[in-house]
Design a protein around this ligand. Sequence first.
Ligand SMILES: Nc1nc2c(ncn2[C@@H]2O[C@H](COP(=O)(O)OP(=O)(O)O)[C@@H](O)[C@H]2O)c(=O)[nH]1
Ligand SMILES: [Mg+2]
Length: 360
Amino acid sequence: MEIVIIGLPQSGKSCLFDALTQGVSASSGIGNGIEMRIGTAKVPDYRLDELANIYNPQKIIQAEIKYWDPPGMESGVSTEQVSGRYRNILQSADALLVCIRAFESPYIPHIKGTVDPVRDINTILEELMYSDLEMAENAITRLSDSIKKAKPEERQSIERQQETMMQIKDGIEKGDPVLSLMSSFSDVNFLSNYQFLTNKPIIVVYNINESDPSISSINKIQSYSGNLIEISIPARTESELAQMPEEEEKEFREDLGLTESACDQIIQATYKGLSLISFLTVGEDEVRAWPIKSSFNAPEAAGAIHTDFIKGFVKAEVVSYENLLKCKSWAQTKKEGLCKSEGKTYIVQDGDIINFLINQ
Ligand SMILES: Nc1nc2c(ncn2[C@@H]2O[C@H](COP(=O)(O)OP(=O)(O)O)[C@@H](O)[C@H]2O)c(=O)[nH]1
Ligand SMILES: [Mg+2]
């Protein structure tokens, strides 16, 4: 899972990135030539420690989410900002994390002169919508060309795609995010080629000063009908805390009353926005958590470990976390009939401990 951090310059994106990744990053030109920082956040999971008590593994490996920190949206004033290579980066991410400045500081000028979180989030959402509109318009033009060149047997299907694309254009013009339109289309498979931005989960982080009252409970964006989650976080303080030794961090957190770290809160929002769960694997070499979509069946979950496992999937032995903790060994879960053998259609549940049988 890969999440891109977006927002106006000086809104605190890089602080947020450091808070998530403890400042550890690799630089990459992955975004079609745009240099950006890439880092991973580790998903907290108390179950791993409990399982490690049983297995004494050499390694405990937490689930990981990747975050990207590309250069910011340059002005945020014009409605034509999200385009070209920058849009390509956003398109290839699974979700967007929008950083909105909500902190006052006389030392850091705001590109628009004043601090106004509601104005800024609405501007950015408008820009995402505008970008999707442009994509829909381009698609309509391209599909028109294809219809002209199409073989008779292909024509109908392309015409249907064009019809859908026109509905998307109309919807966006009325202010509807693409996600809210999806349920009215019969064929949405071809749409995955387009990667509309307002079809993605959006996590809005209001960047506050640590002394400001949290504004997370204020639902600022009532008019947006896509998948949107709002939280507030003091990004600069959190980036400093994340880079401290553990003991020191704990002390400071208690003093500041920032008990739940920004990283944990954002990961929670990411899991919710993307409908993620974790399944677990155990053994003496490693105890590990894997993030997957909650809709994944057993072969798809196996594919999270290795893509070849999808094809080679034979069956999954599944034990619930609670049952393994109770039985204290895999063999004992089998004796008690608590280890279930599941096939291709089984939908993996959060906390399932799985042993995949693969035909290699
Ligand atoms: N006072 C205050 N300053 C912040 C906060 N978050 C970020 N900053 C400062 O704002 C400036 C821009 O932050 P940065 O993370 O680089 O923003 P970016 O341009 O969006 O990546 C830096 O000087 C940060 O130290 C905050 O919550 N409070
Ligand atoms: Mg930055």
